[in-house]
Design a protein around this ligand. Structure first.
Ligand SMILES: NC(=O)c1ccc[n+]([C@@H]2O[C@H](COP(=O)([O-])OP(=O)(O)OC[C@H]3O[C@@H](n4cnc5c(N)ncnc54)[C@H](OP(=O)(O)O)[C@@H]3O)[C@@H](O)[C@H]2O)c1
Length: 331
């Protein structure tokens, strides 16, 4: 089979022959129809990720058809159309993952290939209303923001929600999920064009985080927020507690813009704020997310579709965050 292989630090992915995997007990082989990128793939290709090993086939998001299984009990899966939960080894505690938690596409070979081998228990029926490209866009970002919004922040109808950096793959899902849940959603972005697109997807308003007074603008527009979903951190994070209503919840899961600067803790305890981290999600979160996508007929925002052979160019596009939504690859 052909696959996109990470061969060394700072070297673009190489699309070349790789051994087609054979499913063992409890495993399934999925013929990939479409895969999608996450910023994780970019971090790995520039060497900024823990536990990088060479060679590895990257890719956490994928959708395709089961062609082989390793166990008689999973025979019924052959021929089914699936999406893959990229997280394995979550463990028993819904509040956090176990030490065995792993993400598909490092250390195990991932979805940027013609075939991927996964545990059969991580397969879910492809949402019927989605194309292959759209379905492939769902797993990692959908899971992460579903848990961030609903498990961690307990976002509910009528809440005022702020999504920072809406143009990212997670940002666009967070907007769509929060709108579907009946929240009033505001966004930030580094691009006026992306703010306009966010409004078309249901955002009430947005501001450019590059403006000096972006936080004041938001306060003027929204008053204050019950929930903030942030994956940027960086200098702008210091303003987020100021934007919260009493009892506000800030959920973080990434650090695209750097680390958290000095914060005024007094505001946080006086307003009873919570700042909480989250990490992808449990198998139950994944199932609930897929059900939510089906129930609300969420159609992921796709920025661009590349041929699988061109994954190196697709990853390079993530460098300057020019995308809006997910970058997808098709076989
Ligand atoms: N822990 C987890 O489970 C988990 C899961 C998924 C992602 N992540 C992390 O979360 C982050 C986002 O992932 P992704 O896949 O959505 O990445 P992505 O598609 O590359 O999006 C990154 C977005 O960050 C925004 N951004 C950049 N600088 C910003 C700033 N100063 N303030 C606010 N926003 C800023 C940009 O938004 P605009 O384009 O609108 O300007 C950009 O589109 C990454 O760091 C990723 O590693 C973690």
């Amino acid at each position: 089979m052909k696959a996109n292989i990470l061969e060394a630090a700072d070297k673009p992915l190489a699309y070349k022959d790789a051994e087609k995997p054979t499913p063992g007990t409890g495993e399934a082989l999925v013929q990939i129809k479409a895969a999608a990128l996450n910023r994780r793939d970019y971090w790995i290709t520039i060497g900024k990720y823990a536990g990088i090993k060479y060679p590895t086939i990257l890719g956490s998001d994928g959708a395709g058809i089961v062609t082989e299984v390793g166990s008689e009990a999973d025979k019924h899966l052959v021929g089914t159309e699936v999406i893959i939960n990229p997280g394995s080894g979550w463990g028993d505690n819904p509040n956090f993952q176990s030490d065995d938690f792993k993400i598909l596409g490092l250390p195990a070979d991932g979805t940027l290939a013609e075939y991927v081998k996964v545990q059969a228990q991580h397969l879910h029926a492809k949402p019927a209303h989605l194309t292959w490209e759209q379905a492939a866009a769902v797993p990692l970002a959908g899971l992460t923001v579903y848990r961030a919004l609903f498990f961690k922040a307990k976002a509910k109808k009528g809440d005022k929600v702020l999504i920072t950096g809406v143009g990212g793959g997670t940002g666009a899902f967070a907007l769509q999920f929060a709108v579907a849940a009946g929240c009033q959603v505001f966004v930030t972005s580094g691009s006026g064009e992306k703010i306009e697109r966010a409004k078309q997807l249901g955002a009430a308003a947005g501001v450019n985080y590059k403006a000096q007074d972006w936080a004041e603008q938001l306060l003027h527009l929204a008053g204050g927020f019950d929930v903030i979903i942030d994956s940027a951190l960086g200098d702008g994070f210091a303003k987020l507690p100021d934007l919260c209503n009493p009892g506000g919840r800030i959920v973080i899961f990434g650090g695209t813009a750097g680390n958290i600067p000095e914060l005024n803790g007094r505001k946080m305890f006086w307003r009873q704020l919570q700042i909480t981290g989250t990490m992808m999600g449990s198998p139950d979160d994944f199932k609930a997310m897929v059900d939510f996508v089906g129930e609300h007929k969420i159609v992921p925002v796709i920025d661009e579709v590349f041929p699988m052979a061109n994954a190196a160019a697709a990853v390079a596009k993530m460098e300057n965050s020019s995308q809006f939504g997910k970058i997808v690859l098709t076989t």
